[in-house]
Design a protein around this ligand. Sequence first.
Ligand code: IPE
Ligand code: MG
Length: 248
Amino acid sequence: MESNIENAHKGDALKVPNHLAVTMDGNGRWAISHGKLRSHGHKAGTDALRRLVEYSIKYDIKYLTVFSFSSENWSRPKEEVNFILRLMRNYVASDLEKLDDNNVNIKIIGERAGLDKQIIKLIEKAENTTSGNSGLQLIIAFNYGGRGEIARATRNIAKKILDGKLSISDIDENTISDELYLSDVPDPDVVLRTSGEYRFSNFLLWQSAYSELIFIDDYWPDFNEEIFINILKEYAGRERRFGGVEAK
Ligand code: IPE
Ligand code: MG
C-alpha cells in the first residue's frame, strides 16, 4: 500500500542512488533547540537512523553508509563520548535481530585497534550474523576518518612493495581503492549532510571524488520520509558527467 507521502510525490522524478552516504549531523543543536540535553539529541538521532534504514530498504537502496562516530569525536567531553558509545552499542544489540530478519548485511568501517573489547565483540557479532544477507548493505563508519583510511591503505601498499608483491611503477588509483576498508563497495552516488554544515569532516574522502553532494538544513533527528524523498528528487535533477560532457 502506498503511503500518503508517496501519493503526494506521484509524478515527481525520483532517482534512487545505488550508494547513499550520510553524515548524520545536528543532534546536539536539535536537543538545545528543544530545551533538552545533548544526550536527548543523540537518542533521537538513533531513531532517525532507524527510519533511514527503513526507507533505504523500502526504496531499494543497495548500499547505505552512515557516519556514526568519527576518529575526531573522542575529543568531546568524556560523558558525551560514553553516552554515544552506549547508544551505538544498544542500537546494534537491540536491532540486530530485526536487521538480520530484514536481510540487512552489516559492515563496520574504522579503526578497531584500541577500541573497547566489548565493542569489538559486538561489531564482529553484527558482521558475522548478517554476512550471508543479500539485502541492504548497511555500512557503519565508527571510529572512522578518511585520512586515516588512506594512511592505512598506504601502509598496506608499502608493505606489499617491501614484500616484493608490488612494484612502485604499478601503483595507480585502483591500487589505493583496493586497500580501503571496503574495496568491493562502489563509490557513493550521493553524500548527504544534515544540519546546514557544508564540510566533509573527513568522511569518505577518497570515495566521494565524484559524488553528488547534498546539504540540507534539517537537524538529523528531524529526518523523515518527506526529506528522504526530496533527496531522491534532488538527485534525479543532477546531471552526473564524471568529468566528461555527456550524462552517463
Ligand atoms: C551528530 O550530531 C552526532 C555525532 C557526531 C556523534 P552532533 O553531536 O555533531 O550535533 P551538533 O553538530 O553538535 O548539533
Ligand atoms: Mg556536529
